[in-house]
Design a protein. Sequence first.
Length: 181
Amino acid sequence: MTREQAWNLLTEYNQEAFHLEHAQIVEKTMMYFAEKLGYGDEKDFWGVVGLLHDLDFEQYPEEHCIKSQEIMREKGVDERIIHATASHGYGLGVDIEPEHEMEKVLYAIDELTGLIGAVVIMRPSKSVQDLELKSVKKKYKSKGFAAGCSREVIERGADMLGWTLDDLIAQTIEALRTFQD
């Protein structure tokens, strides 16, 4: 599936600017990690997975990661994309466990990119370029801040990858710096 085909599918089911922006942030973050982790030849595939991970969320929030499988199968989407996107809902509505390193990265960074984005909005610079790990950690500890971003999922994702929480946050900040601002 090309990026253009993925975008067309995404915009068929998503119109809200917030959801489209989040999809693109996760797409680019996934591409960054593909390169960083030695999967550069699969960078575009990782990006498509990131772009489509929340395909069903806007229209079917109660069936998130379930309805998307049905939609993608009807459209003839590669089963690897279907498995990968559905696996980011592991333990939250589906029992499809992230297996490949790519799926674990998606699971870990989906919520985290949202939390980091919320931290950036609160900064005087409104930029990720000068964002430090300690700033994210401070907000991370405040349960009321970006309450919709599950710390449990972020931590479980770091564990799946065998990374510390600090490493996951720092690397995700680095990823966001490569394309934001």
